[in-house]
Design a protein around this ligand. Sequence first.
Ligand SMILES: [Zn+2]
Length: 81
Amino acid sequence: MIIFGTKGYLYQLAILTLVCARCGNPSAHALRKRVTKFTLFFVPLFPVSTKYATQCTYCGAEQQVTREQAERFQAQEAGRG
Ligand SMILES: [Zn+2]
């Protein structure tokens, strides 16, 4: 019998200061990467999907961003300091 499934992993990449699209506050946003991995016998083998999102720490609104946007945010963050 073969047991397979998926497992989700959440990585926090950076903390960004952005103006929130929902509450309009220039607040800290967590930039997160969510990776879903295919597992076989509970062993994660390879990622089947990778998604990026920012979450406002003020109101909790989550917004999906593309990989390009996520990379740009990280580059900006690195350049700042
Ligand atoms: Zn907000």
